[in-house]
Design a binder for this molecule. Structure first.
Ligand code: G4P
Length: 531
């Protein structure tokens, strides 16, 4: 088992749309020849005419709503690449996926550096101290000065950077100006060529020393001088490499390349696999579980419903934390204490289906769920295992659900409960969790998520409803003594809501009012994610 764990790397890519995530993912898969694909990137592109009904919306808009996992092998490693939805409206799904990852690859466009979505996702990784590896993409065309780019990343995100590879440009710039990258760890120069060989034929030059006259001849005097100067600057003024700092998420190794041209991807992959952590121990409410422990444990981080609308079935994606998973095994369900059988999905792996017979810590398996499981649920062969909660992130849009036919309240409640369990919606009530309370309120990260909710309520539950937007959109969960909470919630400009677990939160009309409350309610703690 130790060998299986040591071989595994489970990670996700975080980036802003258009930075090249799909392209990089495809190239990574090429190296391994993907072995398990569940709704993969390749499939996503080729199968925009996929099967299930509610995904019709996804196809219409040409976006990906769902996230899944791709497993492939490379150089003796078993790699689980957790795919995340491309559209920012589904970022909550991405946040949860990051909880299942042991490390993250931050993909940047060399012209744009850190963008908004990267920033949000980085914040989630930072909170969890996830090790982060940076790949600066699109170096085949001229971009920001790499030194400026690196210092911007450091200043913007508050992380130290250590460039492992460094781009070399001819001084005339432009796409013709990209010469290749210098690998500081290996002392090699990889020369850039637009090449369809998927990286296997990239010319590489071993350089004993940067001052080698051979190198000067190869690069030309001016380019050579700049490289020597840049590297000297990095060696002297840059952050030294420190493996412990990488593992604690304080220092990010940085690589340069071009996903589209498959350039710099392989050196990146090789060094990433060497430096990235194997499956890590996870905290439970009663202590830490080591991956090598014999007894199986894992947690649900994603539920996907209606992959086949005819069957109304759900697949729960389980990240294995410890022990060995065997298809059909019986485990204890942490929330209810009942036994659950983990049946590996068959047809749901769709297109390139693979029935999973056994799996190890770090792996993700999709198991059939007969509406027993929820996001965040713990599953284990030993009793008493409850993993730390997967945080819920505050929605940015809120709306009242107004039923067209008030007699459909029961169906609405059932639909909302289901969507909440899947993590596809967040539902709030104005008076505790009493579902008979007037008009439920739904929250979403973006408008598109509302559209999916309404579509699914209509198609799966026969509920037609309209949404009435609420102006307040700055939420904070609150905790404190009863009297402090009562005082904080008295202000009529603040809306008091309860989430599906009965935890109170306040909605503010604008950021200014929220900041004011944060400063003037001493006995109340305000939380960005559910406590
Ligand atoms: P995403 O998943 O992060 O949204 O990005 P995606 O891979 O779809 O890439 C976005 C665009 O950037 C694509 O161009 C892609 O070809 C381009 N791209 C990716 N990597 C590189 C690179 O290394 N160099 C350059 N120059 N471009 C790159 P597009 O025109 O929007 O789409 P397509 O028609 O090429 O598919």
């Amino acid at each position: 088992m130790l060998a299986a764990i040591g071989q595994r790397r489970t990670f996700a890519i975080i980036s802003h749309p258009d930075a090249g995530k799909t392209t990089l993912t495809e190239k990574l898969l090429l190296y391994g020849g993907a072995i398990h694909l569940a709704g993969s990137v390749k499939a996503r592109r080729a199968d925009r005419h996929a099967t299930s009904d509610w995904m019709a919306m996804e196809q219409e808009r040409g976006i990906s709503v769902t996230s899944s996992v791709m497993q492939f092998e490379y150089d003796g490693y078993v790699i689980n690449l957790l795919d995340t939805p491309g559209h920012e409206d589904f970022s909550e799904d991405t946040y949860r996926t990051l909880v299942a990852a042991d490390s993250a690859v931050m993909l940047l466009d060399n012209r744009k550096g850190v963008e908004e979505r990267t920033r949000q996702l980085f914040a989630v990784c930072k909170r969890r101290r996830t090790p982060i590896f940076t790949f600066v993409n699109k170096c085949d065309r001229s971009g920001a000065d790499p030194l400026t780019l690196i210092s911007d990343v450091e200043a913007d995100l508050g992380i130290k950077c250590h460039p492992v590879t460094w781009p070399i440009f001819h001084s005339e710039g432009g796409s013709a100006g990209f010469v290749g990258v210098y690998d500081r760890r290996m002392g090699q120069i990889h020369l850039f060529e637009r090449d369809e060989s998927h990286g296997s034929k990239v010319p590489m030059v071993e350089v004993g020393s940067l001052t080698d006259p051979k190198l000067r001849d190869l690069l030309g005097a001016e380019t050579h001088e700049r490289l020597v100067h840049d590297i000297a600057l990095l060696d002297e003024a840059g952050h030294p490499f420190d493996a412990a700092e990488v593992l604690s998420g304080e220092l990010s190794p940085v690589f340069f390349g071009s996903a589209l041209n498959n350039f710099g991807v392989e050196p990146f992959l090789r060094e990433f696999l060497e430096l990235a952590p194997a499956p890590s121990p996870r905290e439970t409410t009663t202590g830490v579980i080591e991956p090598a422990q014999e007894a199986f444990s894992g947690f649900v981080f994603k539920i996907q419903a209606n992959m086949d609308p005819k069957h109304r079935d759900r697949v729960a994606f389980v990240r294995i934390v410890s022990g060995r998973f065997d298809a059909g095994m019986q485990v204890l369900h942490g929330r209810t204490g009942k036994m659950v059988r983990l049946n590996a999905p068959q047809t749901f792996m769709a297109r390139e289906r693979t029935a999973v017979e056994s799996a190890w810590p770090g792996d993700v398996v999709g198991v059939m769920d007969r509406r027993e499981l929820r996001i965040g649920d713990s599953l284990a062969t030993e009793p008493g295992v409850v993993f730390a909660n997967i945080p819920r992130f505050a929605p940015e849009h809120f709306a009242r659900v107004i039923l067209s036919d008030p007699m459909k309240r029961k169906q609405l409640d059932a639909g909302l409960r289901q969507l909440t369990e899947e993590g596809a919606a967040q539902v709030f009530f104005t008076s505790g969790t009493d579902v008979t309370s007037p008009t439920p309120i739904v929250g979403a990260v973006g408008q598109l998520q509302f559209d999916v909710m309404m579509h699914r309520l209509a198609h799966e539950y026969g509920v037609t409803a309209r949404l009435e937007k609420i102006n307040s959109r700055y939420p904070r969960w609150i905790t404190g003594s009863e009297s402090d909470l009562a005082r904080a919630t008295r202000d009529p400009a603040r809306t008091l809501l309860y989430d599906s677990k009965g935890q109170p939160l306040l909605l503010f009309e604008n950021e200014w009012r929220m900041r004011w409350a944060l400063d003037h309610e001493p006995g109340v703690a305000f939380h960005e994610v559910s406590p």
